[in-house]
Design a protein around this ligand. Sequence first.
Ligand SMILES: [Zn+2]
Length: 87
Amino acid sequence: MTSSRLAAKTAKLLLDGKVTLLTVDDPGTAIADVLGSVLTHRVTLSRGGFACTCTAFRYGQRCSHITAVAMVVDHPCRRDAVAAVNS
Ligand SMILES: [Zn+2]
């Protein structure tokens, strides 16, 4: 996915209210549900980093679900997400 497409998808998820944060805890753990075009994807942040239940993540791609959640949690990963959509 190109960064401009990632940025557009990330912004749309946030603007359309598709991201539901379920838990955000110190130190750096979070769980969120992100409503995709068909399925709801579960995004989890733990000490090991982000994981998503979508197909793109399973194939090792940066998905917009993770980027959208990273944008709204107060964690160092937010810097990576901002850089990814602005590059
Ligand atoms: Zn995903």
